[in-house]
Write a protein that binds this ligand. Structure first.
Ligand code: NAI
Length: 286
C-alpha cells in the first residue's frame, strides 16, 4: 500500500509545503493538505480553476492529486480555545472543524491513518521588529504559530500514525546564528522547534515508533518570506557566499523531505538536516 501524507501549511504553489507535497506525490504518496483558514477560499478556487496545473506536473508527466484539503488554524487545539472575534470573523465563518484536534478527527474518520506528517508553517506578527523591540504578545504569538503548532500537530496525529511513520518540519538557521531582520521572536521560535525535534524524536520514537526530523532550509521567495522583507538580499547573500553558488529551489527541499520521510532514512531521527547549498558551514563570506 502507498503511504499517506498530511502536509500542514500549503496555501499556494510557491512555498516549501507545495514542493514537499509534490516530491511525496512523485514518490507515490497520497496527499492531504492543511490550509490556513483565511487562505482556504482562494487556494481551493485556484486549484479548481486550474491556476496551479502547470506547477502540479510531476516528473512522469502526470498531475499531483491533492486528495483532500482540510481547513486548519494550528494556533488553536480545540473549539474551546477559539476566541469570539475569530469565531465570528467572516473569513472563518464559512469553514468548520479547523482546530488541530478536529482536523485530526476528520482525517481519522476519512482515512483512518497517515504515515507522514509535515509541518511547513510559521507566523510571527512582529517578524519585522528587532527582538529588542518585540512585545510579549508578538513573541508568544510567534512561538504559538511556529513552534507549539508542531507539538500540537504531532501530539494529535501520532495516535493515528502507522508505526515506522515519519514527521518533519522546516526551520531556519536564525535559530543558532544571528540573522538581523528575522525578528519578532521568530529566531526564538525556530530554536524551540529544533530543540523540540530532539525531545519529540525521543518521545514519539519510544511511544509510537515515529521518526522526527527538521530541515534547516536556505532562503526561498515564498509568500511568508516576502512578508519578512529581506528575502532577495538573503538569496543574493547565499548565491555569493555558499559553497554551491546557485539559487536554492523549493524542489531540492522537497526531495530532501521525501528522503527523510522514506525508509531510506529509517535510522535518522532527532536531526536538523541543512538543505541550504552548504551556507551553514561557512565561517566568513568570500
Ligand atoms: P509559505 O507562505 O508557503 O508557508 C507558510 C504557510 O503557513 C502559509 O501557507 C500560511 O497560510 C500558513 N500558516 C500561517 N499561520 C498558520 C496557522 N496559524 N495555521 C495554519 N497555517 C498557517 O512560506 P514558506 O517560506 O514555504 O514557509 C514554510 C516553512 O518553511 C516555515 O516554517 C518557514 O519558516 C520555513 N522556512 C522558510 C524559508 C524561506 O526562505 N522561505 C527558509 C527556512 C525555513
Amino acid at each position: 500500500r502507498g503511504k499517506r501524507a498530511f502536509i500542514a501549511g500549503v496555501a499556494d504553489d510557491h512555498g516549501y509545503g507545495w514542493a514537499i507535497s509534490k516530491a511525496l506525490a512523485a514518490a507515490g504518496a497520497e496527499i492531504l493538505v492543511g490550509t490556513w483558514v483565511p487562505a482556504l477560499n482562494i487556494f481551493e478556487s485556484s486549484l479548481r480553476r486550474g491556476k496551479f496545473d502547470e506547477s502540479r506536473i510531476l516528473p512522469d508527466g502526470s498531475l499531483m492529486e491533492i486528495t483532500k484539503v482540510y481547513p486548519l488554524d494550528a494556533v488553536f487545539d480545540s473549539p474551546e480555545d477559539v476566541p469570539e472575534d475569530i469565531k465570528t470573523n467572516k473569513r472563518y465563518l464559512g469553514s468548520s472543524n479547523w482546530t488541530v484536534k478536529e482536523v485530526v478527527e476528520s482525517v481519522k474518520q476519512d482515512f483512518g491513518s497517515i504515515d507522514i506528517l509535515v509541518h511547513s508553517l510559521a507566523n510571527g506578527p512582529e517578524v519585522t521588529k528587532p527582538l529588542l523591540e518585540t512585545s510579549r504578545y508578538g513573541y508568544l504569538a510567534a512561538i504559538s504559530a511556529s513552534s507549539y503548532s508542531y507539538v500540537s500537530l504531532l501530539k494529535h496525529f501520532a495516535p493515528i500514525m502507522n508505526p515506522g511513520g515519519a514527521s518533519l518540519s522546516l526551520t531556519y538557521i536564525a535559530s543558532e546564528r544571528i540573522i538581523p531582520g528575522y525578528g519578532g521572536g521568530m529566531s526564538s521560535a525556530k530554536a524551540a522547534l529544533e530543540s523540540d525535534t530532539r525531545v519529540l524524536a525521543f518521545e514519539a520514537g519510544r511511544k509510537h515508533n515515529i521518526r522526527v526530523n527538521t530541515i534547516s532550509a536556505g532562503p526561498l521567495r515564498s509568500r511568508a518570506a516576502k512578508a519578512i522583507g529581506f528575502i532577495d538580499m538573503m538569496i543574493d547573500y547565499s548565491s555569493e557566499n555558499a559553497p554551491l553558488q546557485k539559487e536554492l529551489s523549493a524542489e531540492e527541499v522537497g526531495n530532501a523531505a521525501a528522503f527523510l520521510a522514506s525508509p531510506l532514512a529509517s535510522a535518522i531521527t532527532g536531526t536538523v538536516l541543512y538543505v541550504d547549498n552548504g551556507l551553514n558551514a561557512m565561517g566568513v563570506g568570500v
